[in-house]
Design a protein around this ligand. Structure first.
Ligand code: DOR
Ligand code: ZN
Length: 366
């Protein structure tokens, strides 16, 4: 099986038709719970060996016991035959006991903690009102080497929604990193050139995930010919120069940037509403979507770094053993999908992508 070769061209100069990739991981995903979990998780498990699972359920996952129970529900929803490891996260609140975090990490239940500023996004009402309330927890995390995953937006209503990420850097992140220089931090789903520059300039303890949707769309997508709720997510997509900065960072090969889909399904009816929910469901075609970006940027030789290597290295986990193969084959994405008893509109709905997953090696359970 030919492996991917530099920049989408083979030795004779024609374009590459196959990409062979060490099995990737998704370092940020929303799998939800209940009836929909079974359909949602298998879209992820078919492509990714591991995933960092977001804890913003109702109620949020704030104890090791709740995370272990959620992990069991996820595992029993995965199709038999697919090897998939959910990596659980703890939802930080103003009053969380540092001992719970330490115990959950020591027991191997929690892989990381997630910081949602209170009311920043979906199910974040119990989030943190002031980072000063977290000092005890962050001290423990720094000491035990547990990563902090940040939704980096201020929630101040006086700050323009398109500026909330950049202002978060100035108002919160700079001080947090200075106060906890040994803490490993992932700036999740970055959307701005400011975030790219900040991550690049920071020390090795700061990294960032980048979603497929923020690599494909800018804010115009939400308003093309009318309101397009299926392109609305948080942080919201920004202007074109920001998208271009994100693409450059993702394909740069820098170990500081890695794959995190932020796939976040909502029933179509909850998005096509007077007050539509934030979130884009991209997991049915996430890898194919990222592959298009790397190909368009002439950077297929750096796809494996972004998708399969930088994340585990940052988290201190082994690289996966298996491989996945993508083939240049038309990949039609349905306009709507039924998941459990819900209709959902996926990212790229109605489009035909250029890549399809054609082979999985070492991906199934033996
Ligand atoms: O768009 C988003 N949807 N952003 C988030 O941070 C949360 C997510 C969700 O859970 O739906
Ligand atoms: Zn998310």
């Amino acid at each position: 099986m030919p492996s991917s070769v530099p920049d989408g061209r083979n030795q004779t100069g024609s374009s590459v038709d196959r990409i062979r990739l060490r099995r990737p991981d998704d370092w940020h995903v929303h799998l939800r719970d209940g009836a929909i979990l079974r359909s949602v998780v298998n879209h992820t498990a078919r492509q990714f060996a591991r995933a960092i699972v977001m804890p913003n359920l109702r109620p949020p996952v704030t104890t090791a016991a709740a995370a272990a129970a959620y992990r069991d529900r996820i595992l029993s929803a995965v199709d038999p035959g697919l090897a998939f490891t959910p990596l659980m996260t703890c939802y930080l609140t103003d009053t969380l006991d540092p001992l719970e975090v330490e115990r959950g990490f020591a027991e191997g239940v929690f892989a990381a903690c997630k910081l949602y500023p209170a009311n920043a996004t979906t199910n974040s009402a119990h989030g943190v009102t002031d980072v000063r309330n977290l000092h005890g927890v962050l001290e423990v995390m720094q000491r035990i080497g547990m990563p902090l995953l940040i939704h980096g937006e201020v929630t101040d209503r006086h700050i323009d929604i398109f500026d909330r990420e950049a202002v978060f850097i100035e108002r919160v992140l700079v001080k947090l990193l200075a106060d906890f220089p040994g803490l490993k931090v992932v700036f999740e789903h970055i959307t701005t050139a400011e975030a790219v520059a900040f991550v690049e300039a920071a020390g090795p303890n700061l990294a960032a995930t980048i979603t497929p949707h923020h690599l494909h769309i800018n804010r115009n997508a939400m308003f093309e010919g009318g309101i397009r709720p299926h392109f609305y997510c948080l942080p919201v997509a920004k202007r074109e120069p920001h998208r271009l900065a994100l693409r450059k960072a993702a394909v740069s090969g820098s170990p500081k940037f890695f794959l995190g889909t932020d796939s976040a399904p909502h029933p179509a009816a909850d998005k096509e509403a007077a007050c539509g929910c934030a979130g884009i469901f991209n997991s049915p075609c996430a890898l194919e979507s990222y592959a298009m970006v790397f190909e368009e940027e002439g950077a297929l030789s750096r796809f494996a770094a972004f998708a399969s290597e930088n994340g585990p290295r940052f988290y201190g986990l082994p690289l996966n053993e298996g491989f996945v193969e993508l083939e240049r084959l038309p990949h039609p994405v349905p306009a709507r999908m039924t998941l459990g008893d819900q209709e959902i509109v996926p990212f790229h709905a109605g489009e035909t992508l250029r890549w399809s997953i054609s082979g999985l090696e070492g991906l199934e359970k033996s």
